[in-house]
Design a protein around this ligand. Structure first.
Ligand code: ISL
Ligand code: CA
Length: 535
Protein backbone atom coordinates (compact mmCIF):
# COMPACT_ATOMS: atom_id res chain seq x y z
CA UNK A 1 0.00 0.00 0.00
CA UNK A 2 2.94 2.28 -0.38
CA UNK A 3 1.36 3.60 -3.55
CA UNK A 4 0.01 7.00 -4.16
CA UNK A 5 -2.96 8.24 -2.22
CA UNK A 6 -6.25 7.88 -4.04
CA UNK A 7 -8.96 10.28 -2.96
CA UNK A 8 -11.83 7.84 -3.41
CA UNK A 9 -10.06 4.95 -1.70
CA UNK A 10 -8.15 6.66 1.09
CA UNK A 11 -10.45 9.61 1.70
CA UNK A 12 -13.89 10.18 3.18
CA UNK A 13 -16.88 11.03 0.97
CA UNK A 14 -19.68 13.27 2.23
CA UNK A 15 -23.13 13.12 0.70
CA UNK A 16 -25.02 16.38 0.37
CA UNK A 17 -28.73 16.50 -0.33
CA UNK A 18 -28.59 19.93 -1.98
CA UNK A 19 -32.20 20.93 -1.22
CA UNK A 20 -31.43 20.64 2.47
CA UNK A 21 -27.85 21.80 3.00
CA UNK A 22 -27.82 25.61 2.81
CA UNK A 23 -30.07 28.16 1.15
CA UNK A 24 -28.14 31.17 -0.18
CA UNK A 25 -31.02 33.11 -1.75
CA UNK A 26 -33.71 32.68 0.89
CA UNK A 27 -36.29 30.73 -1.08
CA UNK A 28 -36.39 27.89 1.43
CA UNK A 29 -34.50 25.46 -0.82
CA UNK A 30 -30.81 24.71 -0.51
CA UNK A 31 -28.64 25.48 -3.53
CA UNK A 32 -25.16 25.29 -5.04
CA UNK A 33 -24.00 28.63 -3.66
CA UNK A 34 -25.13 27.37 -0.27
CA UNK A 35 -22.73 24.46 -0.67
CA UNK A 36 -19.96 26.78 -1.84
CA UNK A 37 -20.47 28.97 1.23
CA UNK A 38 -19.71 25.99 3.45
CA UNK A 39 -16.60 24.57 1.80
CA UNK A 40 -14.50 25.84 4.71
CA UNK A 41 -16.64 23.78 7.02
CA UNK A 42 -16.24 20.65 4.91
CA UNK A 43 -12.50 21.15 4.64
CA UNK A 44 -12.27 21.59 8.40
CA UNK A 45 -14.27 18.41 8.94
CA UNK A 46 -11.72 16.77 6.70
CA UNK A 47 -13.71 15.23 3.87
CA UNK A 48 -12.08 14.52 0.51
CA UNK A 49 -15.11 14.64 -1.70
CA UNK A 50 -18.74 15.59 -1.76
CA UNK A 51 -21.41 13.62 -3.58
CA UNK A 52 -24.25 15.86 -4.61
CA UNK A 53 -27.67 14.26 -4.95
CA UNK A 54 -29.14 15.30 -8.35
CA UNK A 55 -28.89 18.98 -9.28
CA UNK A 56 -30.37 18.75 -12.80
CA UNK A 57 -33.67 20.29 -13.90
CA UNK A 58 -36.43 18.18 -12.41
CA UNK A 59 -40.16 18.48 -11.75
CA UNK A 60 -39.31 16.97 -8.33
CA UNK A 61 -41.78 14.15 -8.23
CA UNK A 62 -38.84 12.21 -6.76
CA UNK A 63 -36.84 15.32 -5.78
CA UNK A 64 -34.26 15.32 -8.53
CA UNK A 65 -34.27 11.57 -9.18
CA UNK A 66 -36.64 12.38 -12.05
CA UNK A 67 -34.35 14.23 -14.44
CA UNK A 68 -35.64 16.46 -17.24
CA UNK A 69 -32.22 17.44 -18.66
CA UNK A 70 -28.95 15.66 -17.89
CA UNK A 71 -26.64 18.48 -18.94
CA UNK A 72 -28.08 21.49 -17.16
CA UNK A 73 -28.56 22.80 -13.63
CA UNK A 74 -32.00 23.25 -12.14
CA UNK A 75 -32.60 27.00 -11.65
CA UNK A 76 -33.67 26.36 -8.04
CA UNK A 77 -30.10 25.20 -7.39
CA UNK A 78 -28.41 27.93 -9.46
CA UNK A 79 -26.80 28.17 -12.87
CA UNK A 80 -24.08 26.32 -14.75
CA UNK A 81 -21.78 29.21 -13.78
CA UNK A 82 -22.59 28.56 -10.13
CA UNK A 83 -21.75 24.93 -10.66
CA UNK A 84 -18.42 25.71 -12.32
CA UNK A 85 -17.63 28.11 -9.50
CA UNK A 86 -18.44 25.47 -6.91
CA UNK A 87 -16.33 22.87 -8.72
CA UNK A 88 -13.36 25.26 -9.02
CA UNK A 89 -13.57 26.40 -5.40
CA UNK A 90 -14.05 22.86 -4.11
CA UNK A 91 -10.90 21.80 -5.95
CA UNK A 92 -9.01 24.70 -4.36
CA UNK A 93 -10.11 23.31 -1.00
CA UNK A 94 -8.89 19.86 -2.00
CA UNK A 95 -12.47 18.59 -2.25
CA UNK A 96 -13.58 16.48 -5.23
CA UNK A 97 -17.09 16.48 -6.62
CA UNK A 98 -19.13 13.37 -7.33
CA UNK A 99 -22.37 13.81 -9.27
CA UNK A 100 -25.40 11.58 -9.07
CA UNK A 101 -26.31 10.16 -12.49
CA UNK A 102 -29.86 8.86 -12.70
CA UNK A 103 -29.72 7.11 -16.05
CA UNK A 104 -32.17 4.26 -15.57
CA UNK A 105 -35.15 6.55 -16.07
CA UNK A 106 -35.96 10.15 -16.89
CA UNK A 107 -38.76 12.42 -15.81
CA UNK A 108 -41.91 12.11 -17.89
CA UNK A 109 -41.33 15.84 -18.50
CA UNK A 110 -38.04 15.14 -20.27
CA UNK A 111 -38.40 16.27 -23.92
CA UNK A 112 -37.36 12.76 -25.00
CA UNK A 113 -40.29 11.19 -23.22
CA UNK A 114 -42.71 13.81 -24.46
CA UNK A 115 -41.62 12.98 -28.02
CA UNK A 116 -41.67 9.28 -27.33
CA UNK A 117 -45.20 9.46 -25.97
CA UNK A 118 -46.46 11.61 -28.83
CA UNK A 119 -47.08 8.71 -31.23
CA UNK A 120 -46.08 5.13 -31.95
CA UNK A 121 -44.31 6.37 -35.07
CA UNK A 122 -42.19 8.99 -33.32
CA UNK A 123 -38.44 8.43 -33.89
CA UNK A 124 -37.90 8.50 -30.13
CA UNK A 125 -40.67 5.95 -29.45
CA UNK A 126 -38.06 3.27 -28.92
CA UNK A 127 -36.09 5.38 -26.41
CA UNK A 128 -38.40 4.10 -23.71
CA UNK A 129 -39.98 0.71 -23.04
CA UNK A 130 -43.37 0.58 -24.71
CA UNK A 131 -45.44 -2.55 -25.02
CA UNK A 132 -48.84 -3.61 -26.31
CA UNK A 133 -51.33 -4.73 -23.68
CA UNK A 134 -51.31 -8.38 -22.74
CA UNK A 135 -53.45 -10.33 -25.27
CA UNK A 136 -55.58 -11.30 -22.27
CA UNK A 137 -55.92 -7.61 -21.43
CA UNK A 138 -54.07 -5.52 -18.85
CA UNK A 139 -50.34 -4.89 -18.45
CA UNK A 140 -47.83 -6.85 -20.58
CA UNK A 141 -46.46 -8.83 -17.61
CA UNK A 142 -46.47 -9.00 -13.80
CA UNK A 143 -43.57 -6.61 -13.13
CA UNK A 144 -44.09 -4.31 -10.18
CA UNK A 145 -42.95 -0.79 -9.34
CA UNK A 146 -40.79 -0.58 -6.23
CA UNK A 147 -42.86 2.45 -5.23
CA UNK A 148 -46.10 0.41 -5.34
CA UNK A 149 -48.48 -1.00 -7.95
CA UNK A 150 -47.75 -2.39 -11.42
CA UNK A 151 -44.67 -1.09 -13.21
CA UNK A 152 -46.71 -0.50 -16.36
CA UNK A 153 -48.73 2.62 -17.11
CA UNK A 154 -51.27 2.63 -19.92
CA UNK A 155 -51.16 5.55 -22.33
CA UNK A 156 -54.65 5.82 -23.85
CA UNK A 157 -53.47 8.25 -26.54
CA UNK A 158 -51.18 5.69 -28.21
CA UNK A 159 -52.76 2.48 -26.93
CA UNK A 160 -49.62 1.05 -25.31
CA UNK A 161 -48.13 0.66 -21.85
CA UNK A 162 -44.77 2.13 -20.80
CA UNK A 163 -42.57 0.66 -18.10
CA UNK A 164 -41.50 2.48 -14.91
CA UNK A 165 -39.68 0.78 -12.05
CA UNK A 166 -40.29 3.84 -9.83
CA UNK A 167 -43.11 6.43 -10.04
CA UNK A 168 -45.13 6.57 -13.23
CA UNK A 169 -43.55 9.99 -13.72
CA UNK A 170 -40.17 8.19 -14.04
CA UNK A 171 -40.35 6.15 -17.27
CA UNK A 172 -37.43 3.74 -17.76
CA UNK A 173 -35.12 4.38 -20.68
CA UNK A 174 -34.53 1.66 -23.25
CA UNK A 175 -30.80 1.02 -22.88
CA UNK A 176 -30.98 -1.58 -25.65
CA UNK A 177 -31.40 1.26 -28.10
CA UNK A 178 -27.89 2.24 -29.32
CA UNK A 179 -28.95 5.89 -29.60
CA UNK A 180 -29.85 5.96 -25.90
CA UNK A 181 -26.58 4.29 -24.99
CA UNK A 182 -24.59 6.79 -27.01
CA UNK A 183 -26.50 9.74 -25.56
CA UNK A 184 -25.84 8.48 -22.04
CA UNK A 185 -22.12 8.03 -22.57
CA UNK A 186 -22.13 11.60 -23.83
CA UNK A 187 -23.67 12.66 -20.51
CA UNK A 188 -20.65 11.17 -18.73
CA UNK A 189 -18.37 12.96 -21.19
CA UNK A 190 -20.13 16.29 -20.70
CA UNK A 191 -19.46 16.31 -16.94
CA UNK A 192 -16.01 14.76 -17.20
CA UNK A 193 -14.99 17.56 -19.55
CA UNK A 194 -16.18 20.12 -17.00
CA UNK A 195 -13.87 18.53 -14.44
CA UNK A 196 -16.27 16.47 -12.35
CA UNK A 197 -14.32 13.82 -10.41
CA UNK A 198 -16.77 10.98 -10.14
CA UNK A 199 -20.27 9.66 -10.37
CA UNK A 200 -22.74 7.81 -8.22
CA UNK A 201 -24.84 5.70 -10.54
CA UNK A 202 -28.42 5.48 -9.39
CA UNK A 203 -29.87 1.93 -9.65
CA UNK A 204 -27.52 1.10 -12.53
CA UNK A 205 -28.27 -2.62 -12.29
CA UNK A 206 -31.77 -1.90 -13.57
CA UNK A 207 -30.68 -0.40 -16.91
CA UNK A 208 -31.33 -3.64 -18.79
CA UNK A 209 -34.45 -5.78 -18.53
CA UNK A 210 -34.84 -9.19 -20.12
CA UNK A 211 -35.64 -8.62 -23.82
CA UNK A 212 -38.58 -11.05 -23.78
CA UNK A 213 -40.00 -9.62 -20.56
CA UNK A 214 -41.21 -12.85 -18.97
CA UNK A 215 -43.22 -12.75 -15.72
CA UNK A 216 -41.05 -12.72 -12.60
CA UNK A 217 -41.48 -15.88 -10.50
CA UNK A 218 -43.35 -15.48 -7.19
CA UNK A 219 -41.80 -15.48 -3.74
CA UNK A 220 -43.11 -14.93 -0.23
CA UNK A 221 -43.24 -11.30 0.73
CA UNK A 222 -45.39 -8.54 2.18
CA UNK A 223 -46.19 -6.25 -0.70
CA UNK A 224 -46.33 -6.56 -4.49
CA UNK A 225 -42.70 -5.77 -5.27
CA UNK A 226 -41.37 -8.05 -2.55
CA UNK A 227 -43.59 -10.92 -3.66
CA UNK A 228 -41.48 -11.59 -6.74
CA UNK A 229 -38.02 -12.81 -7.45
CA UNK A 230 -36.53 -10.09 -9.59
CA UNK A 231 -35.04 -12.35 -12.20
CA UNK A 232 -36.02 -10.53 -15.37
CA UNK A 233 -36.31 -6.86 -14.42
CA UNK A 234 -32.76 -6.37 -13.15
CA UNK A 235 -29.15 -7.65 -13.24
CA UNK A 236 -29.13 -8.69 -16.89
CA UNK A 237 -25.81 -9.82 -18.41
CA UNK A 238 -25.72 -6.88 -20.84
CA UNK A 239 -24.68 -4.72 -17.91
CA UNK A 240 -21.13 -6.08 -17.86
CA UNK A 241 -19.96 -4.88 -21.28
CA UNK A 242 -21.64 -1.55 -20.65
CA UNK A 243 -19.76 -1.13 -17.36
CA UNK A 244 -16.53 -1.91 -19.18
CA UNK A 245 -17.32 0.83 -21.67
CA UNK A 246 -18.13 3.33 -18.91
CA UNK A 247 -14.97 2.37 -17.05
CA UNK A 248 -12.81 2.80 -20.13
CA UNK A 249 -14.26 6.26 -20.61
CA UNK A 250 -13.57 7.19 -16.97
CA UNK A 251 -10.05 5.81 -17.20
CA UNK A 252 -9.31 8.06 -20.15
CA UNK A 253 -9.32 10.91 -17.60
CA UNK A 254 -7.05 11.02 -14.54
CA UNK A 255 -8.35 9.75 -11.16
CA UNK A 256 -12.01 9.52 -12.03
CA UNK A 257 -14.36 7.30 -10.05
CA UNK A 258 -17.73 5.60 -10.23
CA UNK A 259 -19.76 3.99 -7.46
CA UNK A 260 -22.95 2.17 -8.30
CA UNK A 261 -26.13 1.79 -6.32
CA UNK A 262 -28.04 -1.46 -6.47
CA UNK A 263 -31.03 -2.70 -4.52
CA UNK A 264 -28.86 -5.64 -3.62
CA UNK A 265 -26.63 -3.34 -1.62
CA UNK A 266 -29.28 -3.89 1.06
CA UNK A 267 -29.51 -7.61 1.40
CA UNK A 268 -27.47 -9.30 -1.28
CA UNK A 269 -23.91 -7.97 -1.20
CA UNK A 270 -22.85 -10.77 -3.53
CA UNK A 271 -24.87 -9.34 -6.38
CA UNK A 272 -23.50 -5.84 -5.77
CA UNK A 273 -19.95 -7.20 -5.58
CA UNK A 274 -20.07 -8.74 -9.05
CA UNK A 275 -20.05 -5.25 -10.53
CA UNK A 276 -16.88 -4.11 -8.73
CA UNK A 277 -13.23 -4.40 -9.54
CA UNK A 278 -10.99 -4.41 -12.58
CA UNK A 279 -12.62 -3.08 -15.71
CA UNK A 280 -15.94 -2.52 -13.96
CA UNK A 281 -17.04 -0.04 -11.30
CA UNK A 282 -14.61 1.21 -8.65
CA UNK A 283 -17.23 0.37 -6.06
CA UNK A 284 -20.86 -0.50 -5.38
CA UNK A 285 -22.61 0.35 -2.16
CA UNK A 286 -23.00 -1.99 0.74
CA UNK A 287 -25.98 -0.79 2.76
CA UNK A 288 -25.89 -3.40 5.49
CA UNK A 289 -24.95 -0.87 8.19
CA UNK A 290 -28.15 1.03 7.42
CA UNK A 291 -30.08 -2.06 8.46
CA UNK A 292 -27.94 -3.34 11.34
CA UNK A 293 -29.49 -3.45 14.76
CA UNK A 294 -27.43 -2.11 17.68
CA UNK A 295 -25.43 -5.24 18.28
CA UNK A 296 -21.69 -5.55 17.80
CA UNK A 297 -22.00 -8.88 16.01
CA UNK A 298 -24.32 -7.48 13.36
CA UNK A 299 -21.78 -4.89 12.30
CA UNK A 300 -18.97 -7.40 12.32
CA UNK A 301 -21.08 -9.80 10.25
CA UNK A 302 -21.77 -7.07 7.68
CA UNK A 303 -18.05 -6.29 7.37
CA UNK A 304 -17.10 -9.92 6.98
CA UNK A 305 -19.82 -10.67 4.43
CA UNK A 306 -18.74 -7.70 2.36
CA UNK A 307 -15.05 -8.63 2.50
CA UNK A 308 -15.87 -12.21 1.57
CA UNK A 309 -17.79 -11.44 -1.60
CA UNK A 310 -15.74 -8.57 -3.02
CA UNK A 311 -13.19 -9.44 -5.69
CA UNK A 312 -9.63 -8.93 -4.56
CA UNK A 313 -9.08 -5.82 -6.64
CA UNK A 314 -12.26 -4.13 -5.42
CA UNK A 315 -12.37 -1.71 -2.52
CA UNK A 316 -15.13 -1.87 0.12
CA UNK A 317 -17.23 1.06 1.32
CA UNK A 318 -19.44 1.59 4.37
CA UNK A 319 -22.47 3.77 4.93
CA UNK A 320 -24.51 4.48 8.05
CA UNK A 321 -26.83 6.97 6.34
CA UNK A 322 -28.20 8.23 3.06
CA UNK A 323 -31.22 10.11 1.74
CA UNK A 324 -33.39 6.97 1.57
CA UNK A 325 -33.10 5.57 5.09
CA UNK A 326 -33.86 6.54 8.69
CA UNK A 327 -30.81 8.30 10.14
CA UNK A 328 -28.44 6.29 12.30
CA UNK A 329 -28.90 8.84 15.09
CA UNK A 330 -32.61 7.99 15.11
CA UNK A 331 -32.01 4.27 14.85
CA UNK A 332 -29.23 4.05 17.45
CA UNK A 333 -29.31 7.23 19.54
CA UNK A 334 -30.97 7.11 22.93
CA UNK A 335 -32.73 10.41 23.63
CA UNK A 336 -30.34 13.26 23.04
CA UNK A 337 -27.27 11.24 23.98
CA UNK A 338 -24.66 10.82 21.26
CA UNK A 339 -22.73 8.12 23.10
CA UNK A 340 -23.70 5.35 20.72
CA UNK A 341 -23.10 7.57 17.71
CA UNK A 342 -19.47 7.96 18.72
CA UNK A 343 -19.10 4.21 18.84
CA UNK A 344 -20.70 3.92 15.39
CA UNK A 345 -18.44 6.69 14.04
CA UNK A 346 -15.32 4.94 15.34
CA UNK A 347 -16.48 1.73 13.70
CA UNK A 348 -17.21 3.41 10.35
CA UNK A 349 -13.94 5.32 10.27
CA UNK A 350 -11.63 2.47 11.21
CA UNK A 351 -12.60 0.13 8.39
CA UNK A 352 -10.69 -0.86 5.31
CA UNK A 353 -13.19 0.70 2.93
CA UNK A 354 -14.32 4.16 1.89
CA UNK A 355 -16.56 5.74 4.54
CA UNK A 356 -19.54 7.69 3.25
CA UNK A 357 -21.03 10.32 5.55
CA UNK A 358 -24.41 11.94 5.02
CA UNK A 359 -24.84 15.65 5.83
CA UNK A 360 -25.70 16.21 9.48
CA UNK A 361 -24.49 12.77 10.56
CA UNK A 362 -21.45 14.45 12.08
CA UNK A 363 -23.65 16.42 14.48
CA UNK A 364 -26.03 13.55 15.15
CA UNK A 365 -29.04 14.98 13.34
CA UNK A 366 -32.18 12.98 14.08
CA UNK A 367 -35.06 12.37 11.67
CA UNK A 368 -37.89 14.86 11.79
CA UNK A 369 -41.38 13.58 12.49
CA UNK A 370 -43.53 14.62 9.56
CA UNK A 371 -47.24 15.11 9.89
CA UNK A 372 -49.39 13.76 7.08
CA UNK A 373 -49.95 17.30 5.79
CA UNK A 374 -46.18 17.94 5.69
CA UNK A 375 -45.19 14.90 3.65
CA UNK A 376 -43.24 15.71 0.51
CA UNK A 377 -42.09 12.25 -0.57
CA UNK A 378 -44.87 10.60 -2.58
CA UNK A 379 -44.07 7.10 -1.25
CA UNK A 380 -44.91 8.51 2.18
CA UNK A 381 -48.29 9.71 0.95
CA UNK A 382 -48.93 6.38 -0.71
CA UNK A 383 -48.02 4.09 2.16
CA UNK A 384 -49.04 6.29 5.13
CA UNK A 385 -49.29 5.35 7.99
CA UNK A 386 -47.35 2.10 7.48
CA UNK A 387 -44.40 3.83 5.90
CA UNK A 388 -43.98 7.57 6.16
CA UNK A 389 -41.58 7.99 3.30
CA UNK A 390 -38.08 9.42 3.27
CA UNK A 391 -38.64 13.03 4.39
CA UNK A 392 -37.51 12.25 7.93
CA UNK A 393 -33.84 12.06 6.99
CA UNK A 394 -33.94 15.01 4.57
CA UNK A 395 -34.58 17.91 6.94
CA UNK A 396 -32.52 21.13 6.72
CA UNK A 397 -28.95 21.11 7.97
CA UNK A 398 -28.70 22.54 11.46
CA UNK A 399 -26.00 25.22 11.25
CA UNK A 400 -26.69 27.32 14.34
CA UNK A 401 -29.31 28.33 16.88
CA UNK A 402 -30.78 31.19 14.85
CA UNK A 403 -34.15 30.99 13.10
CA UNK A 404 -34.53 27.92 10.86
CA UNK A 405 -31.19 26.70 12.18
CA UNK A 406 -29.30 29.13 9.94
CA UNK A 407 -30.39 27.12 6.90
CA UNK A 408 -32.60 29.87 5.46
CA UNK A 409 -34.43 32.99 6.57
CA UNK A 410 -37.51 31.71 4.75
CA UNK A 411 -39.59 28.74 5.85
CA UNK A 412 -37.65 25.72 4.54
CA UNK A 413 -39.18 23.13 2.21
CA UNK A 414 -39.22 20.61 5.10
CA UNK A 415 -39.43 21.51 8.79
CA UNK A 416 -36.21 21.95 10.76
CA UNK A 417 -35.80 19.45 13.59
CA UNK A 418 -37.04 21.07 16.84
CA UNK A 419 -33.81 20.15 18.63
CA UNK A 420 -31.82 22.63 16.51
CA UNK A 421 -31.36 25.31 19.22
CA UNK A 422 -29.02 22.91 21.03
CA UNK A 423 -28.02 20.51 18.26
CA UNK A 424 -26.23 22.48 15.59
CA UNK A 425 -22.85 22.93 13.97
CA UNK A 426 -21.95 26.14 15.84
CA UNK A 427 -22.69 24.63 19.26
CA UNK A 428 -20.77 21.44 18.53
CA UNK A 429 -17.79 23.25 17.08
CA UNK A 430 -17.35 25.08 20.36
CA UNK A 431 -17.72 21.92 22.46
CA UNK A 432 -14.58 19.76 22.45
CA UNK A 433 -16.62 16.73 23.62
CA UNK A 434 -19.13 16.95 20.80
CA UNK A 435 -19.89 14.32 18.20
CA UNK A 436 -18.65 16.77 15.57
CA UNK A 437 -15.20 16.92 17.18
CA UNK A 438 -15.10 13.17 17.49
CA UNK A 439 -15.84 12.74 13.76
CA UNK A 440 -13.24 15.39 12.96
CA UNK A 441 -10.61 13.68 15.10
CA UNK A 442 -11.40 10.28 13.63
CA UNK A 443 -11.11 11.60 10.07
CA UNK A 444 -7.74 13.20 10.91
CA UNK A 445 -6.51 10.04 12.56
CA UNK A 446 -7.59 7.88 9.65
CA UNK A 447 -5.54 10.13 7.41
CA UNK A 448 -2.45 10.18 9.64
CA UNK A 449 -2.37 6.52 10.61
CA UNK A 450 -2.64 4.43 7.42
CA UNK A 451 -3.30 1.14 9.25
CA UNK A 452 -6.71 2.46 10.28
CA UNK A 453 -7.85 2.68 6.67
CA UNK A 454 -5.78 -0.15 5.20
CA UNK A 455 -5.74 -2.93 7.75
CA UNK A 456 -8.23 -5.76 7.52
CA UNK A 457 -10.56 -6.04 10.53
CA UNK A 458 -9.50 -9.11 12.52
CA UNK A 459 -11.97 -9.65 15.37
CA UNK A 460 -10.88 -10.33 18.96
CA UNK A 461 -14.38 -10.19 20.27
CA UNK A 462 -15.44 -12.25 23.22
CA UNK A 463 -18.93 -10.82 23.79
CA UNK A 464 -20.54 -10.43 20.38
CA UNK A 465 -23.51 -8.45 21.66
CA UNK A 466 -21.74 -5.80 23.67
CA UNK A 467 -18.17 -5.48 22.48
CA UNK A 468 -16.47 -5.33 19.16
CA UNK A 469 -12.70 -5.40 19.39
CA UNK A 470 -10.44 -5.89 16.41
CA UNK A 471 -6.85 -5.80 15.37
CA UNK A 472 -5.68 -4.12 12.24
CA UNK A 473 -2.34 -4.66 10.65
CA UNK A 474 -0.75 -2.96 7.64
CA UNK A 475 2.87 -2.24 6.81
CA UNK A 476 4.69 -2.08 10.14
CA UNK A 477 1.70 -0.75 12.06
CA UNK A 478 -0.67 -2.65 14.32
CA UNK A 479 -3.77 -1.05 15.79
CA UNK A 480 -6.32 -2.30 18.26
CA UNK A 481 -9.82 -0.87 18.18
CA UNK A 482 -12.17 -1.63 21.07
CA UNK A 483 -15.81 -0.54 20.94
CA UNK A 484 -18.17 -0.93 23.84
CA UNK A 485 -21.71 -1.10 22.48
CA UNK A 486 -23.18 -1.20 25.96
CA UNK A 487 -23.84 1.32 28.69
CA UNK A 488 -21.93 -0.81 31.21
CA UNK A 489 -18.21 -0.83 31.98
CA UNK A 490 -16.71 -3.96 30.44
CA UNK A 491 -13.39 -5.47 29.55
CA UNK A 492 -11.92 -7.01 26.42
CA UNK A 493 -10.03 -10.22 26.96
CA UNK A 494 -6.54 -10.07 25.41
CA UNK A 495 -4.08 -12.82 24.63
CA UNK A 496 -0.88 -12.72 26.71
CA UNK A 497 0.98 -11.38 23.68
CA UNK A 498 -1.48 -8.53 23.13
CA UNK A 499 -1.66 -7.83 26.86
CA UNK A 500 2.11 -7.37 26.96
CA UNK A 501 2.22 -5.13 23.91
CA UNK A 502 2.92 -1.48 24.63
CA UNK A 503 -0.10 0.40 23.31
CA UNK A 504 -0.27 4.09 22.69
CA UNK A 505 -3.72 5.66 23.01
CA UNK A 506 -4.63 7.40 19.76
CA UNK A 507 -8.19 8.30 20.66
CA UNK A 508 -10.90 7.53 23.18
CA UNK A 509 -14.15 9.31 23.88
CA UNK A 510 -13.83 8.39 27.55
CA UNK A 511 -10.24 8.82 28.71
CA UNK A 512 -7.06 10.79 28.03
CA UNK A 513 -4.57 8.18 29.26
CA UNK A 514 -4.34 4.58 28.06
CA UNK A 515 -6.27 2.10 30.20
CA UNK A 516 -4.18 -0.27 32.32
CA UNK A 517 -4.34 -3.84 31.11
CA UNK A 518 -4.51 -6.19 34.11
CA UNK A 519 -5.16 -9.94 34.17
CA UNK A 520 -5.29 -9.97 30.37
CA UNK A 521 -8.18 -7.55 30.46
CA UNK A 522 -8.45 -4.20 28.73
CA UNK A 523 -11.13 -2.22 30.60
CA UNK A 524 -13.69 -0.17 28.69
CA UNK A 525 -15.94 2.55 30.05
CA UNK A 526 -19.64 2.53 29.03
CA UNK A 527 -19.91 3.28 25.27
CA UNK A 528 -16.20 3.73 25.04
CA UNK A 529 -14.59 3.75 21.61
CA UNK A 530 -10.87 3.42 21.96
CA UNK A 531 -8.16 3.25 19.32
CA UNK A 532 -4.70 2.03 20.26
CA UNK A 533 -1.51 1.80 18.24
CA UNK A 534 1.35 -0.57 18.97
CA UNK A 535 4.43 1.41 20.04
O1 ISL B 1 -35.86 4.36 -0.96
C1 ISL B 1 -36.20 3.23 -1.22
C2 ISL B 1 -37.49 2.73 -0.74
O2 ISL B 1 -38.31 3.77 -0.36
C3 ISL B 1 -35.33 2.35 -2.01
O3 ISL B 1 -35.99 1.22 -2.43
C4 ISL B 1 -34.82 3.13 -3.22
O4 ISL B 1 -35.89 3.41 -4.08
C5 ISL B 1 -33.79 2.35 -3.98
O5 ISL B 1 -32.71 2.14 -3.12
C6 ISL B 1 -33.31 3.14 -5.21
O6 ISL B 1 -32.93 4.42 -4.82
C7 ISL B 1 -32.49 5.36 -5.74
O7 ISL B 1 -33.32 5.48 -6.88
C8 ISL B 1 -34.63 6.00 -6.66
C9 ISL B 1 -34.66 7.24 -5.79
O8 ISL B 1 -35.98 7.51 -5.39
C10 ISL B 1 -33.79 7.10 -4.58
O9 ISL B 1 -33.76 8.30 -3.85
C11 ISL B 1 -32.42 6.70 -5.06
O10 ISL B 1 -31.48 6.65 -4.02
C12 ISL B 1 -35.19 6.30 -8.03
O11 ISL B 1 -34.30 7.10 -8.76
CA1 CA C 1 -32.20 28.63 -2.48
Amino acid sequence: MGEKRLWWRDGVIYQIYPRSFADSNEDGIGDLTGVLDHLDYLEDLGVDAIWLSPIYPSPDVDFGYDVANYTAIDPKFGTMEDFDRLLGKAHQHGIRIVLDLVLNHTSNQHPWFKESASSQANPRRNWYIWHDPNPKGGPPNNWQSVFGGPAWEFDPATGQYYYHMFYKEQPDLNWRNPEVRKEMLDVFRFWLERGVDGFRLDVFNLYFKHPEMPDNPPKLGLRGFDRQRHVYDQDQPEMMPLLAEIRALLDSYPERYAIGETFEGFDNPQRAAQYCGGGKLHAAFSFEFTRSRWRAANFLGAIQRWENVLPEDAWPNYVLNNHDVVRSATRFGKGESDDRLKVAAALLLTQRGTPYLYYGEEIGMRDIQVRHSEIQDPVGKRFWPFYKGRDGCRSPMQWDGSRNAGFSLTAPWLPVHPDYPSRNVAAQRSDPDSLFHFYRQLIRLREEVPVLRQGMTVPLTSDPRAVLAYLKQAGDQTALVALNFSGRALAVHLSPRLAQTRWKLLLSNRRAEPAQVADLRLPLEPYEACILLQE
